[in-house]
Design a protein around this ligand. Structure first.
Ligand code: NAP
Length: 248
């Protein structure tokens, strides 16, 4: 796999899965734009690691849910780097709770960041990618978007929305040689999952045939494949990276 000369934007690239995706794409030769919302220290570490390995990167702070901020940031990225070949919609949050008790703000925050955030970023890259007649859009969905999960109605709805968005855009944008795909992780060892109580982790592990949580690098490999020429005839698809817990 080879990504030399390509410019990739990874939302939520400062930590967890996004960080691993940034490092992987940079190791394959892409210039990687790291987005974060609040943890500039973590984003700077990713830049340091990429540049320490001889790679190229840039860092842009914005909240993916803020349409005006996203529009401005992508204008700046295009002005600074000339093109965007790869967009990875990775930024995401959870606000778990049983639906009966779920606050409207928990619904709105999750939908706004996980789904509207992807809409905002895809809107910002569609025109430049159409002009280039080339692009790869990859969204990090979730096993929960396919299978559902008690206590995650908001998250599940957002991720299922991302799945529908991906399929529709794959049909709309293919005439311009833009592929639109998703990677659907199972349970991955990141800050998002580190505070799960031990008894919940035990239940989850009992449902995973490979008997372990995944690493962020497991997701990065699937993203890199879809972003590279090896994945250029794949569109509207989802790679399930979940240790076998859901076979879609
Ligand atoms: P994480 O460790 O909590 O990292 C979240 C990342 O998203 C951080 O870089 C954070 O930036 C960024 N972010 C959060 N809100 C943002 C916003 N409004 N605007 C821009 N960036 C924002 O999460 P993760 O586990 O790596 O998850 C990454 C993606 O994979 C998410 O979409 C998640 O839903 C999905 N996923 C994760 C798992 C899992 O088991 N971990 C499973 C399935 C799917 P700051 O550093 O600035 O806070």
């Amino acid at each position: 796999m080879e990504l030399s000369g390509k410019v990739a934007v990874v939302t939520g690239g400062s930590r967890g899965i996004g960080r691993a995706v940034c490092l992987r794409l940079a190791s394959l030769g892409a210039t990687v734009i790291i987005n974060y919302v609040s943890r500039s220290d973590a984003a700077d570490e990713v830049v340091k690691e990429i540049e320490g390995n001889g790679g190229k990167s840039g860092v842009y702070q914005f909240n993916v849910a803020d349409t005006a901020a996203v529009t401005e940031a992508f204008k700046a990225i295009l002005a600074d780097h000339g093109r965007i070949d790869i967009l990875v919609n990775n930024a995401g949050i959870t606000r778990d709770g049983l639906f009966m008790k779920m606050k409207e703000s928990d619904w709105d925050d999750v939908l706004n960041i996980n789904l509207k955030g992807a809409y905002n970023c895809i809107k910002a890259v569609t025109r430049p990618m159409m002009k280039q007649r080339q692009g790869a859009i990859i969204s990090i969905t979730s096993v929960i978007g396919f299978a559902g999960n008690a206590g995650q109605a908001n998250y599940s709805a957002a991720k299922a929305g991302l799945i529908g968005l991906t399929r529709s855009l794959a049909k709309e944008l293919s005439a311009r040689n833009i592929t639109v795909n998703g990677v659907a992780p199972g349970y991955i060892d990141t800050d998002m999952t580190k505070d799960l109580p031990d008894n919940v982790k035990d239940i989850i592990l009992s449902e995973i045939p490979l008997k372990r949580m995944g690493d962020p690098e497991d997701i990065a490999g699937a993203v890199a494949f879809l972003a590279s020429d090896d994945g250029k005839y794949i569109t509207g698809q989802f790679i399930h990276v979940n240790g076998g817990m859901f076979m879609g």
